[in-house]
Design a protein around this ligand. Structure first.
Ligand SMILES: [Ca+2]
Ligand SMILES: [Ca+2]
Ligand SMILES: [Ca+2]
Length: 146
């Protein structure tokens, strides 16, 4: 159950960019790789908690298209539209995982909290940073857990 939140965060990255290195391996892991490369802002192959949280916040902002400070199911759907892979859960389900006040929308802080817990769960060796492998493993685990 607790792994579900990973799925919530293991998605939605509207902006694709400098990810060729990681995407090259392409296939099921592509979603995770894409996410990884995006969050590894200093390119050292690891994602620290701060890289992760700023990545999460960027993601949140990109999903919040009307900029009202919360992400609705529709906004998340839109953010995911056209993105292949990793879309096993509905946006509603993803939001539900992180929607701690149960208003059906994701606030920035709810999203941040969800992302933090995802980070903690993904950090298998608890060294405070995520490797691509850890992220992939977490991603896979989530898929299996669905
Ligand atoms: Ca890094
Ligand atoms: Ca919004
Ligand atoms: Ca909420």
């Amino acid at each position: 159950m607790k792994m579900k939140v990973i799925g919530a965060a293991a998605i939605a990255f509207g902006l694709c960019g400098a990810v060729d290195t990681f995407a090259a391996g392409g296939n099921k892991g592509a979603g995770a790789d894409d996410k990884f490369a995006k969050m590894d802002t200093n390119g050292d192959g690891k994602i620290t908690a701060s890289e992760h949280s700023s990545g999460a916040s960027t993601k949140f902002q990109s999903m919040d298209t009307n900029k009202d400070g919360s992400v609705t199911t529709a906004e998340m759907d839109a953010a995911h539209a056209g993105k292949a892979g990793g879309m096993k859960m509905s946006s509603a389900d993803k939001i539900k995982k992180m929607d701690t006040n149960g208003d059906g929308k994701l606030s920035a802080s709810e999203h941040a909290t969800g992302s933090q817990s995802m980070f903690a769960q993904s950090d298998a060796n608890k060294d405070g940073s995520l490797t691509a492998d850890e992220m992939k493993a977490a991603h896979k685990k989530h898929m299996a857990d669905k």
